[in-house]
Design a protein. Structure first.
Length: 553
């Protein structure tokens, strides 16, 4: 734990752990302010856990969460209110302490603290508060002060890094920047297997720096605003980046706050989710420890990333309980906000056999709206064919939750978004419908395909080709057919390999005599467990376009 003192009554810190709270109390700290939203990173403790520790040790605590890169005047005002009302000395924390000290600087500046004193206090604590001072006294940026790139890529996830690699494969020396603050990169398809006791969490993690393609500039910041008319992006450090062409690949937002009470109880009270790095091991702890009782699995309304993941958790859990001889004593319930088990009917018969094998009850048109972990109760909004709704509840001994999902806030509020908040692209060329020098791929855009890593793997070379075709480097137009893949892990050792495109058209990668994706096979399990992770790390992210090389017209 590193505490940086600003003055005798205020200090800032990086993300605190529960153990840190006890140590701070022993040092005489009397209050905490949290400036980091829950769910921002996989290894992040929930605010509720820090709050419980604070209360245990007699500390006051306030929650003023601020989305990175989107600090508003209202956020500053809320921080100022919390700062004024709690006893001192006080420690505020976020991921790195930067948001906390900037909130303090803006609040103090609004109260008349001189700019020179703010900057000096920041320097003493190891922070540059120049941008906060500029915000207090806005000035026009100096001419030529922004950085310019031939291609600017927003997001260094699967889609962003793969696109950068595919671009450089076709045009070495292209001036590219990747914008992303994350220090870690995760192979998220592996989290289902962590929750099933097959992988260890560290199997799915790499340092971001090791994955940025050689020759690409990594801007460790986050997009705060888009100005497509002027080909510029404002970053959360207050700087501006301009571009000739841009690729938007900043993923999807897991809206944990969209279910009442969920954030407060995640990771305890039997409440878990394979959609977070730090929670997938808890899933396995719950599954391997449950000998009897009710196990609930939920799926929210579409769109979500990896739509099969909620039921994969069910199948792997049921398989473990069956092998352990306790399945007869466990009531498995699947609550799905949708009306079908899987959106492509060809795969449903095989999946239904496993629903029957594990004696799971299907509850369609049930949307999770509230969780009380201490009471081990979940509430759902149940709808019928006429649109009538009612609230029903169930108890549970464990519950695996898939959170509702939406486009990132910075996209939803931008000119790039459609009415639903997603980047508005042509579904075949992946080019923006309004801004011809912008492309998008992955979970953030609105093409009607399954949001999976396999989809991004096919989309990246298509975006790279079409962008370079616009530059005159390549010829013709490559078109995306909606391909996505969902390896449905129905038991430990077998997978139903769903591969399909727009409209649910089957798009198998192998002939049926090699691998019939509509049936559970051992070969698909080997592909998922042993082959796809190295293909991801050493193929997809490196621009090796095995089986997905575009065929331009």
């Amino acid at each position: 734990m590193i505490i940086k003192t600003v003055n005798e009554e205020f200090s800032v810190a990086e993300q605190l752990s529960v153990a840190d709270v006890e140590a701070l109390a022993a040092q005489g700290v009397k209050s905490l302010i949290c400036n980091r939203p829950d769910g921002e990173a996989g290894d992040q403790p929930a605010f509720a856990d820090i709050e419980a520790a604070a209360k245990q040790h007699g500390l006051e605590i306030r929650n003023v969460p601020v989305v990175s890169g989107q600090m508003t005047d209202q956020d500053v005002a809320k921080f100022g209110e919390a700062y004024a009302e709690v006893p001192k000395p006080l420690v505020a924390y976020c991921r790195t302490g930067t948001r906390s000290i900037n909130l303090w600087a803006l609040d103090q500046g609004s109260r008349g603290m001189p700019a020179s004193a703010i900057v000096a206090a920041g320097q003493a604590a190891g922070y540059d508060l120049g941008d906060a001072v500029k915000r207090l006294s806005p000035a026009k940026p100096a001419a030529g002060g922004s950085r310019h790139f031939e291609v600017l890529i927003i997001g260094a996830g699967a889609g962003g890094i793969s696109t950068a690699s595919s671009l450089l494969k076709r045009r070495p020396g292209l001036k590219i920047a990747l914008v992303d603050k994350a220090q870690k990169h995760y192979y998220q398809p592996g989290w289902t297997l962590v929750g099933g006791g097959v992988f260890q969490p560290q199997d799915t993690e790499r340092n971001m720096a090791s994955l940025i393609p050689s020759g690409v500039e990594w801007i460790q910041s986050a997009a705060q605003g888009f100005s497509p008319e002027s080909n510029s992006v404002t970053l959360d450090d207050g700087s501006t980046v301009t571009y000739d062409r841009m690729v938007v690949a900043c993923g999807i937002k897991l809206n944990w706050e969209g279910v009442e009470g969920l954030s407060e109880t995640l990771g305890r009270n039997g409440v878990t989710s394979n959609y977070r790095y730090d929670l997938a091991p808890y899933t396995w702890k719950l599954v391997s420890g449950l000998r009897s009782g009710k196990a609930v699995f939920t799926q929210p309304p579409m769109p979500i990333k990896c739509a099969g993941a909620p039921q994969k958790a069910l199948y792997l859990s049921g398989d473990h309980w069956l092998r352990s001889g306790v399945l007869k004593d466990i009531d498995i319930q699947f609550y799905n906000a949708g009306g079908v088990l899987f959106g492509v009917k060809d795969y449903v018969p095989a999946l239904m056999k496993y629903i029957e094998k594990y004696d799971a009850t299907l509850n369609f048109n049930h949307k999770l709206i509230r969780v009380d972990g201490e009471k081990k109760t979940a509430w759902f909004e149940k709808s019928d064919a006429e649109g009538n709704t009612e609230v029903v509840s169930t108890d549970f001994d464990m519950i695996h939750v898939c959170p509702p999902q939406q486009a990132p806030d910075v996209i939803r509020s931008s000119a790039l978004a459609d009415a639903a908040g997603w980047v508005d692209v042509d579904q075949e060329t992946l080019r923006h419908k309004k801004y011809a020098n912008i492309w998008s791929l992955g979970d953030v855009m609105n093409a009607p395909n399954a949001k999976t890593a396999a989809a991004a793997r096919m989309q990246a070379p298509i975006v790279a080709h079409n962008l370079l075709s616009d530059m005159g480097v390549t010829q013709g137009v490559a078109r995306y057919n909606g391909y996505g893949s969902c390896p449905l892990t129905v038991e430990r050792g077998k997978i139903v390999l769903a591969e399909f495109g727009f409209g649910g058209k089957l798009l198998p990668s192998f002939p049926s005599w090699v691998l019939d994706g509509t049936q559970p096979t051992r070969l698909a399990w080997i592909l998922k467990k042993d082959m796809l992770p190295p293909i991801y790390w050493h193929g997809m992210l490196k621009g090796r376009e095995w089986l997905v090389s575009p065929q331009p017209e």
